[in-house]
Design a protein around this ligand. Structure first.
Ligand SMILES: Nc1ncnc2c1ncn2[C@@H]1O[C@H](COP(=O)(O)OP(=O)(O)OP(=O)(O)O)[C@@H](O)[C@H]1O
Length: 920
């Protein structure tokens, strides 16, 4: 077939060649557009198809346009190669019937080749999977083709960019050359004008005076003017060339753009085709074959019409080649007939295929029906587990969906089979277990029977034994009854002899008995007499006392007034000292501190001024004024001496708070609790309290109760209870409006010894953790609350004092304690509550209406002892070491902040009794 086409091409080539030669001979414009017709038509054909040969086509058409552009003989900056490249985009498609015919032939050949390939593939691959694979392969082919097209488009774009850049460069060079020429021209013009000027205004010593010189000058002027005109013309030419180039460039750019658009549309078409093929993946092979054949049919029809057109053309060709042409015509006719026959065959084949397709469709439907039936059957069988029978059937299907269904079915069958195997295995195991248990139960039954037999024999033996024992018992009873009768008789005999002996006693012993009885009567009478005598004496004594008290009434009244005055003066003294007293205790440098760094002493006290101390920080000395400063060597007793008046006030019915404030390790616990051999404020205060109560016992009776809590991370815990439950602060439901802590253990204390034990318990329960600053640092606020309720024996009036002894948690800055995690939270809570304490005192000092007691558990709990009319002492503990100077300054600033706060006159909590001698 290809040989035939080649022959045909050769014939047409010869015909056209001759025709052209004749035309050339006739004198038409010759040689300008010589080309190979076959090449042109082939290339244009391939271009029209948008196939991968557009570059070839362009090269051919480039040659066509070379001739047209060869007239640009200026050669200013464009090279021939560049011209070629630019003209590639301007190829005009050949539209001769021959070209169209040949392109169609080529296309048909390709299609035929692909059809033959497809048929071969179909023969080889009868299963649907293979057909799907072939689809996929065709998709891949299409896709790779599409990618090739895209690559080509990309190459075109790159080319276009390159050409544009080249054009720009050329235009630039052209412009610069043009400017250069313009400059040359201007300089020439100026020189000419100068020369003309010289001519028009001749110097007196010039040669123009002579007619020869003048003629020469006129000649040179004329020459210059001619040159100038020539230059003008040249300039205009350059302008027109420039415009021409611009226009060319524009048209070339447009042509490139058009070409790119064409390629884009071609790519889109390909993509559409690809997507159509993708969506058509569900179509059966036969249907695709039908489509393919229809397309081939169409192409054959088209080629037929083209061939007919050619024949018509050939019929009008010159008679010189008519014999050859007639022969060719006959060949063509036969070919046409052959083609028509092939067409008929194809049509028959098509109808047959349609028929077979219909049959296949029917078969497919039947198979689908069968698959459905099988599915139903399988479902039924599955529901009948475990007596299911597997139906394994091989169904030949071509539809991918059916294949998928079958694969699913197979998988389900496999799963079912597996499950059944597992179940049968389990059943087997169960049967084995049952068999074993049967064996075990059989053994057990045997054992039970053996035991029952044994029990029967044992019962029989037991009954025999019981019979023996009963016999023995009866014998024993008989023997015992005989024996007891004998024993009773002997006892009666003994009694009779004793009676006889008693009757035989002497008469003196009988008189002694009578004396004893009278003596007892006398003693009874004396005790009665003694009791009445005591009663008489008591009456007499009470009468005497009442007489005495009546006489000393004025004296007693005087004494009471004296006591009241003493208290009043005491309170006045305390108030004079201040209701908030801030004391500072400097911790001495201990032996363990000496070997550490920064042990230099930075705090100094003044021996002549016991309320001032100086801190040396960063080379600067800062002096602080407080109520009292204890030098490092101050004893526990000395510290307590300052606190003692407040304890007395508490007994008198005041609410008192004593705080120990300071950084960790500064000696707070030492000052409040102290070591056993040298106790601190707590023990000394309570000792003083009990001493005072003892002294006043003639006039007052007191009840002392103690409770102790700790506040750790803002949570209240009872230090006297073992379970350490969390506690809450609430308003007392007694209507007094006072706060109380439900569930808090309050212990009544009778003696100082008792309270020592309680303090030891509280100390044990206090939470201590190690930090970098103090290995056993107390991380909670510890409160010991002592309530002292007194009743005046004479008047019945009551007083209620409260003493709060608070060992605050360390006030160090968070960063210095190395705190993180739980320790950080702890340190933050501590600092927050200390800040709240400072705020409360600050608000009291400023006589604000709102005092922020509720900002921390500590201040809320101490609300009734911190407010107006109460007494507070704050012992600020500081370290004298240089390394702690920062913390020391912080503590001292806090101390100064609260130092100046005045709580106003203290108020004694007194409930008037019957006589009502409350002193305030
Ligand atoms: N005035 C002092 N004389 C002798 N030793 C003291 C004195 N003050 C404190 N110490 C000693 O310093 C150490 C730390 O004191 P303490 O435990 O009282 O500090 P703290 O301020 O209560 O610490 P924390 O806040 O961690 O409870 C203790 O060993 C204590 O004995």
């Amino acid at each position: 077939m290809y040989a035939f086409y080649s022959l045909l091409v050769y014939i047409f080539y010869t015909v056209f060649k001759k025709e052209e030669e004749e035309e050339a001979l006739e004198g038409a414009c010759g040689g300008s557009s010589e080309q190979e017709p076959g090449h042109v038509s082939m290339e244009t054909g391939s271009r029209r198809r948008g196939g991968p040969a557009p570059r070839l086509g362009k090269r051919g058409s480039g040659r066509l346009s070379d001739s047209s552009s060869s007239s640009d003989s200026e050669g200013l900056s464009l090279s021939d190669e560049d011209e070629d490249d630019i003209d590639e985009g301007q190829a005009t498609p050949a539209k001769t019937p021959l070209g169209a015919f040949l392109s169609f032939k080529q296309e048909t050949e390709k299609r035929r080749a692909s059809t033959v390939h497809t048929e071969l593939v179909e023969k080889v691959s009868e299963s649907p999977l293979v057909s799907v694979m072939s689809h996929l392969l065709s998709f891949l082919e299409q896709y790779s083709h599409l990618q090739q097209l895209q690559q080509q488009a990309e190459q075109y774009r790159v080319q276009l960019r390159r050409h544009r850049a080249q054009h720009r460069r050329k235009m630039k060079a052209l412009r610069s050359s043009y400017r250069q020429r313009l400059r040359d021209k201007n300089s020439l013009i100026s020189s000419l004008e100068e020369a003309i000027g010289q001519v028009q205004s001749p110097s007196p010593d010039s040669e123009v005076d002579s007619p020869a010189g003048l003629h020469k000058l006129v000649q040179s002027v004329c020459g210059l003017q001619g040159e100038r005109r020539q230059l003008r013309v040249e300039l205009n030419l350059l302008h027109s060339q420039l415009e021409q180039r611009e226009q060319d460039k524009h048209t070339k750019v447009l042509a490139f753009q058009q070409q790119i658009d064409e390629l884009k549309s071609c790519i889109e078409e390909r993509e559409e085709e690809l997507s159509r093929l993708r969506t058509a993946s569900g179509v059966t092979d036969s249907e695709k074959r039908v489509l393919c054949l229809s397309a081939e049919n169409e192409s054959l029809k088209h080629s037929l019409t083209v061939t007919q057109g050619l024949l018509q053309q050939l019929s009008v060709l010159p008679s010189q080649s008519s014999s050859v042409l007639i022969k060719e015509n006959e060949n063509l006719r036969s070919r046409v007939l052959q083609l028509e026959g092939a067409l008929q065959q194809r049509a028959d084949q098509l109808s047959r295929l349609e028929q077979s397709d219909w049959q296949r469709g029917e078969e497919l439907r039947r198979r689908e029906e069968r698959v459905r039936e099988l599915q139903l059957e399988l479902d039924k069988e599955r529901s009948k587990e475990p007596t299911v029978k597997f139906v394994t059937q091989t169904v030949e299907v071509e539809s991918p969906s059916t294949l998928r269904q079958l694969a699913d079915e197979r998988q389900r069958n496999e799963q079912l089979r597996e499950r059944l195997t597992n179940q049968s295995e389990r059943c087997r195991q169960l049967e084995e277990n049952i068999r074993r248990s049967d064996e075990v139960s059989c053994n057990l039954q045997h054992k039970i029977a053996a035991y029952e037999r044994e029990i029967g024999t044992l019962q029989a033996e037991l009954l025999k034994e019981i019979g023996h024992l009963e016999e023995k018992k009866e014998e024993a009873v008989k023997a015992a009854s005989n024996c007891s009768q004998e024993h009773l008789k002997s006892l009666q005999d003994q009694f009779m002899t004793l009676q006889n002996r008693l009757n035989a006693l002497p008469p003196t012993l009988r008189s002694m008995k009578t004396d004893y009885a009278s003596l007892r009567t006398q003693v009874r009478n004396f005790s009665e007499f003694y009791g009445s005598a005591i009663k008489d004496a008591k009456k007499q004594i009470s009468a005497a006392i009442s007489e005495m008290s009546e006489a000393n009434k004025d004296l007693l009244e005087k004494y009471r007034k004296e006591v009241a005055l003493r208290r009043k003066y005491h309170e006045q003294l305390v108030e004079l000292k201040g209701n908030i007293r801030v004391l500072c205790r400097v911790k001495p440098v201990l032996k363990e501190d000496e070997h550490e760094e920064g042990q230099t002493v930075a705090v100094t006290t003044d021996p002549h001024n016991e309320s001032a101390l100086t801190v040396l920080s960063k080379g600067k000395a800062k002096t602080f004024e407080l109520d009292k400063v204890f030098h490092p060597q101050a004893t526990q007793e000395e510290v307590f001496q300052e606190i003692e008046p407040l304890i007395t006030s508490c007994i008198d019915g005041y609410h008192v708070c004593i705080f120990a404030y300071g950084q960790t390790g500064s000696g707070k616990t030492y000052t409040m609790e102290g070591p056993t051999e040298n106790p601190g404020i707590n023990q000394r205060a309570l000792k003083h309290l009990f001493n005072e109560i003892e002294e006043r016992k003639d006039m007052w009776t007191y009840t002392v109760t103690v409770s102790s809590v700790e506040i750790y991370n803002e949570v209240l815990r009872d230090l006297l209870s073992k379970d350490g439950e969390k506690l809450d602060i609430k308003i007392n439901p007694d209507g007094t409006g006072q706060l109380h802590v439900p569930g808090l253990r309050v212990i009544e204390v009778k003696s100082f010894q008792h309270i020592k034990k309680i303090l030891a318990t509280a100390r044990r329960n206090r939470i201590t953790f190690g930090t970098q600053m103090n290995q056993h640092s107390s991380r909670s606020h510890a409160l010991l609350t002592v309530t002292v309720q007194g009743v005046d024996l004479a008047t019945g009036s009551k007083s209620s004092g409260k003493l709060n002894l608070v060992d605050l948690a360390g006030s160090e800055r968070v960063w210095k304690s190395g705190a993180e995690g739980e320790r950080l939270k702890e340190a933050q809570n501590i600092n927050r509550s200390l800040l709240a304490l400072g705020d409360v005192i600050q608000a009291l000092r400023g006589r604000q209406t709102h005092i922020p007691f509720r900002n921390s558990r500590l201040t809320y709990l101490l609300q009734d002892s911190l407010g107006k009319g109460n007494k507070t002492a704050m012992v600020v503990q500081i370290s004298s070491l240089e390394r702690n100077v920062g913390e020391t300054l912080c503590s001292l600033k806090f101390a100064q902040r609260v130092c100046k706060v005045e709580l106003g006159p203290a108020a004694r909590k007194i409930e008037s009794g019957g006589h009502g001698d409350a002193v305030n």
